[in-house]
Design a binder for this molecule. Structure first.
Ligand SMILES: Nc1ncnc2c1ncn2[C@@H]1O[C@H](COP(=O)(O)OP(=O)(O)OP(=O)(O)O)[C@@H](O)[C@H]1O
Ligand SMILES: [Mg+2]
Length: 254
């Protein structure tokens, strides 16, 4: 499987670096959060999910995030991935303050530059697997035939091409996780945000996905932030950030 994954990465053109109108990805700090906090106010009470998190990530860096359940890992990824606004503080991608952008520019950044693997997959249940995977490519303006070609190639590489016409609900958790990974990669994003991307996979498949992420970072200079509960995986990333109660408790360069 790993060989096919690498082959996929080689064959998709690395065009996202140049065809995005907004931040041209250069070397150096690709991602920065400045004192971000996120407070959820609901009937159930007030939760400080993030508390003054400042972080800088280099282009091509592979960062792992660890920490107990509820410490704010997914919330942090949501802020970096422009899915939700921080209550205070700023997020910069390549020097650009992303929350200063209008809705449509922000959507473009999300679609072209960022690939997200959600903890709960977030697949569209009324669409089949192939449609789920190719949707970001279609939104990015890719032709139907190129999007079909890419989506089938990545599904094949991930060993689930035979599920292309099925709906997510008919797949196992591990298979749905692979669909979510395929969708994340289809536009060859500069930044990959992956929330426990191997949490539901068998050891071998998980190891292959992890090795592919490493290759994406080392050989293709993709920037990766991965949440994991697996200390062995975390240790083989460039840097491990440990969170606690919405804060960065510790950072280790591995
Ligand atoms: N939409 C929301 N509304 C209210 N509270 C929320 C919301 N999203 C997250 N929280 C709260 O914010 C805190 C951080 O949640 P988050 O999902 O970031 O944790 P996590 O570190 O990803 O945990 P896990 O390892 O279980 O996935 C938790 O206390 C959670 O209950
Ligand atoms: Mg989470």
């Amino acid at each position: 499987m790993l060989k096919h994954l690498i082959d996929y990465v080689h064959t998709i053109n690395i065009s996202t670096d140049v065809d995005v109108k907004y931040p041209q990805i250069t070397d150096g700090i690709i991602l920065k959060t400045e004192h971000i906090s996120k407070i959820f106010d609901s009937q159930a009470g007030r939760v400080v999910a993030l508390n003054d998190v400042s972080l800088k990530v280099q282009k091509g860096e592979f960062v792992s995030i660890m920490g107990p359940s509820g410490c704010g890992k997914s919330t942090l990824l949501n802020m970096i991935g422009a899915l939700d606004r921080p209550t205070s503080g700023k997020v910069y991608i390549n020097g650009l303050d992303i929350f200063s952008l209008g809705y449509s520019d922000l959507a473009t950044i999300r679609n072209r530059l960022i690939g997200f693997v959600f903890q709960s997959y977030n697949l569209i249940n009324r669409s089949n697997i192939q449609t789920n995977v190719k949707l970001p490519a279609i939104i990015a303006g890719m032709s139907e035939s190129e999007a079909n070609y890419r989506s089938m190639k990545i599904l094949k590489a991930l060993g689930i091409a035979d599920k292309a016409k099925q709906r997510p609900v008919n797949l196992s958790g591990g298979q749905q996780q692979r669909v979510a990974i395929a969708r994340c990669l289809v536009n060859n994003p500069a930044i990959i945000l992956a929330d426990e991307p191997t949490g539901n996979l068998d050891t071998k498949t998980g190891a292959d996905i992890f090795d592919m992420l490493k290759i994406l970072s080392k050989r293709f200079h993709r920037t990766i932030i991965m949440v994991t509960h697996n200390p062995d995986l975390a240790e083989s990333t460039d840097r491990t950030i440990v969170m606690k109660d919405g804060r960065i408790e510790k950072e280790t360069y591995n």
